[in-house]
Write a protein that binds this ligand. Structure first.
Ligand code: THU
Length: 136
């Protein structure tokens, strides 16, 4: 899997983020098992709570186009100006990803195309609640 290429797609997606309130810009790129990449950025709202994170934007775009099987996501997030840092998915995005991914789904958390950390989903949402818990 080409992590660098996925990170570059996330970096590009971040350019579209709409963040008049936080000025914190995030881009995500989600790779499907079929080999397609869906990107997303965060989109904020004057009412604050309707804000959508970059990860969910990418996920919703993919699912709404018929994709339900995913291999990996790259995430790049930092304030518009200033130093970049590793930005991990928020709790809501972790829970939403849980709907579609298994513990071996890969997260590439990047500061740049050269500097990134790789995790498995099971590490960032252990002891989770998911669809299988409702299959009774
Ligand atoms: N945000 C994301 O898009 N993804 C994350 O992983 C963390 C937070 C967004 C939401 C909001 O627009 C801004 O970053 C500050 O929380």
């Amino acid at each position: 899997m080409d992590y660098k290429k996925l990170v570059e797609a996330a970096i590009n997606a971040r350019k579209m983020s709409y963040t008049p309130y936080s000025n914190f810009k995030v881009g995500a790129a989600l790779l499907t098992k079929s080999g397609k990449t869906f990107t997303g950025c965060n989109i904020e709202s004057a009412a604050y709570t309707p804000t959508n994170c970059a990860e969910r934007t990418a996920l919703f775009k993919a699912v709404s186009e018929g994709e339900r099987e995913f291999l990996a996501i790259a995430v790049v997030g930092a304030p518009a100006e200033g130093e970049s840092n590793f930005c991990y998915p928020c709790g809501v995005c972790r829970q939403m990803l849980k709907e579609f991914v298994s513990d071996d789904f890969i997260l590439v958390i990047a500061k740049s195309a050269e500097e990134y950390k790789v995790h498995k989903f099971g590490e960032i949402l252990p002891y989770s609640f998911g669809p299988e818990d409702l299959m009774i």
